[in-house]
Design a protein around this ligand. Structure first.
Ligand code: FE
Ligand code: FE
Length: 186
């Protein structure tokens, strides 16, 4: 009854894919690799955001960087939780995009004078590029997680995604409410 066995195996693999047992698939491997990439990015942001806070003049912007540093620490621990749920070991893999964005933030700081709103406007630009990169990444990764049946992982990635979106909105508000007009007047 080889046919029956084959059908049973097929059904089993189909139902197991629904419950998220896709650990051997290439797509799963790709997903984990991308998680390592954003994990590297978040860990580096934890170090970069305090530097951006220090460079900021507007108290609102400094407070926003301070707040997002704490939130970014949470993003790091959330990813550690995600690796755990997937049964994968926690690992970081260099994210060239984030490395480039952080380099850009550093050159904005060195190209502008301290105590100016032009620097603050530049810091907001750099920070929003980072947030948009994160939004794109988490938006895609949570869909991957949903497709693979990793519902709890998808929920965790969605929480981080929503926080990145809120940060982006908060930065826009700071730019619009004060920094841009003051920078134009300098
Ligand atoms: Fe983040
Ligand atoms: Fe962020």
């Amino acid at each position: 009854m080889a046919t029956t066995t084959k059908t049973a195996a097929k059904t089993a693999s189909k139902s197991s894919s629904k419950t998220g047992k896709m650990e051997d698939s290439e797509f799963h491997e790709f997903f984990v690799d991308e998680l390592k990439d954003i994990y590297w990015a978040e860990k580096h942001l934890v170090k970069a955001l305090p530097k951006m806070k220090k460079a900021a003049t507007s108290p609102e912007l400094a407070a926003a960087f301070e707040k997002h540093t704490q939130e970014t620490e949470k993003h790091v621990s959330t990813l550690e939780q995600v690796f755990g749920l997937l049964g994968e070991k926690v690992a970081a893999k260099k994210c060239d995009a984030m490395a480039g964005l952080l380099e850009e933030a550093e050159s904005i700081i060195s190209d502008t004078d301290s105590g100016t709103m032009i620097r603050d406007a530049g810091l907001i630009l750099a920070a929003q590029k980072v947030e948009h990169y994160e939004i794109a990444t988490y938006g895609t990764l949570r869909v991957f997680a949903q497709n693979m049946g990793h519902d709890e992982v998808a929920d965790l990635l969605t929480q981080t995604l929503e926080n990145e979106k809120a940060t982006d909105v908060a930065l826009t508000e700071i730019a619009v409410s004060a920094v841009n007009a003051e920078a134009a007047a300098e």
